[in-house]
Each structure stands twice: as structure tokens, then as C-alpha cells.
Design a protein around this ligand. Structure first.
Ligand SMILES: [Zn+2]
Length: 237
């Protein structure tokens, strides 16, 4: 009996069909996974935002006075943003000193955490904690420190209730970039380095942000520049 083999065109057709099916399947799975990470990111940003608003309601400022009490004075803008974030996070949720903290997963964009090689430590209870260098960014204030107003680290400098347009003021977001160049004004950005902008690509070309009116949004770089002020907006323009 003659053995039946695929002819060459049949073989080509079969392989093409299979690879097309595989492509559809894998890209479908990829998008589902990306969407899930985006939703997780959104809910984390919302939780972070709620903590901020409730702190602000009580104290009339964002938490510059760190709950993470080291007795150190805030002396630089570099530390300012870190202290701000650290002030929101219960101490038992992190280890390290304010300059070099390690936090639980909830304080990081899940997409960026997966993509970057973020350094980690294991806490005494066995929990894996990640370097704060890559946790959610805090928007920079572009106002000069010495313009006759309060210094950056003084109480009530950052009262969210006093913002003119809280819906267009992006306060937290998926990190970030290192330079103080144009467009993206999030801190904390060490993971990016140079001019590389990871913010805009965190979630399929967009980044999650939280604004002090309580809403979260996924925006591209252009929208961030146009609606949210890019590098030009000061604290309360
Ligand atoms: Zn994110």
C-alpha cells in the first residue's frame, strides 16, 4: 500500500493556518493578561488615593510628616517625594530606612514590576518586598522652593482641597522617568534612566494616574502633556 504523504502545498497551508491560530490565541491571552494588570493597577492607585484623601481631610496636607518616624528632617526634594509616599504606608508594610525602603507588591504598578528587574528583600515574616525606587510615582511640584512661600517640607504646603482643578492634577501614577526634562512629571523614576520613558508604555501605550478628585485614568503621553500639564504645571495653576 502506498503511504499517503502531505503534498508541499498542503503542508504550507497547514503550517500557515496553525501559526495564524497560534498568533490569535497568544495575542488574545496577552491582551487579557495586560487588561487584568491594568485593573489591578487601577485598584491599587485608588486605594493609595483614598489613603491620601483621608489623610488630607484630617491634616490639611499630604503626609509629609512621615508615619515612618526616623526623627530626620526633610531636607531635599529628593527625599520629599519618598517621605510623602512612605508617610502613607504603614510601617509594618515595609522594611528599610526612608532613603532605601522595601514595600509590599501593592505599592507597585504590576506591569512595571513584571517588566523591570526590581531588587527585592525578604521580610522577617517571609514576605517578598520590592525596592521603593520603582514604586508608584508622585507628581513633582514645579514651583521653586524659595518664592516667598512656605518651604516644600513645611506643613500645609500641599493641601489637596486648595487645588483649583483637582481633576487635571495627576498626583500618582505608574512610574516614571529619571530626568526632570519635558512631559512626564512623576517621581519616582530611577528605573528608567536617561531619557527613556516607561510611564507612557506601562499599560499598552498608556499609564495609570490618580487625580485628587478621586478618579483614575489611563492616558497616553500626549494627553498627559496637554490635559495634565506636562512639565509646566505648578502645584495650583
Ligand atoms: Zn500601572
Amino acid at each position: 500500500m502506498k503511504k499517503r504523504c502531505f503534498t508541499f502545498p498542503e503542508l504550507v497551508f497547514t503550517l500557515t493556518a496553525l501559526s495564524a491560530m497560534a498568533l490569535v490565541l497568544f495575542s488574545g491571552i496577552f491582551h487579557i493578561r495586560e487588561r487584568a494588570k491594568g485593573e489591578l493597577c487601577r485598584s491599587q492607585l485608588e486605594a493609595f488615593g483614598k489613603m491620601t484623601l483621608s489623610y488630607n481631610e484630617t491634616y490639611g496636607t499630604v503626609p509629609l510628616t512621615p508615619l515612618w518616624d526616623t526623627g530626620k528632617k526633610l531636607v531635599s526634594t529628593h527625599n520629599l517625594y519618598l517621605y510623602w509616599r512612605v508617610g502613607l504606608i504603614p510601617k509594618e508594610k515595609g522594611i528599610g530606612s526612608p532613603g532605601n525602603c522595601f514595600f509590599a507588591k501593592d505599592y507597585f504598578c504590576p506591569s512595571l514590576l513584571e517588566r523591570k528587574n526590581v531588587s527585592s528583600k525578604t521580610a522577617s515574616d517571609g514576605a517578598l518586598l520590592y525596592s521603593s525606587n520603582c514604586s508608584y510615582g508622585v507628581r513633582r511640584d514645579t514651583r521653586n522652593v524659595n518664592e516667598g512661600k512656605k518651604n516644600l517640607w513645611e506643613k500645609d504646603y500641599f493641601d489637596l482641597a486648595a487645588l483649583n482643578s483637582p481633576a487635571t492634577f495627576n498626583l500618582y501614577g505608574c512610574a516614571t522617568r529619571r530626568t526632570t526634562g519635558r512631559a512626564i512629571r512623576f517621581y519616582f523614576s530611577r528605573l528608567a534612566g536617561g531619557n527613556t520613558d516607561f510611564l507612557a508604555s506601562a499599560h499598552e501605550g498608556k499609564a495609570g494616574i490618580w487625580a485628587p478628585d478621586g478618579h483614575t485614568e489611563f492616558i497616553d503621553r500626549d494627553t498627559l502633556e496637554k490635559t495634565f500639564g506636562g512639565n509646566a504645571r505648578c502645584w495650583n495653576e
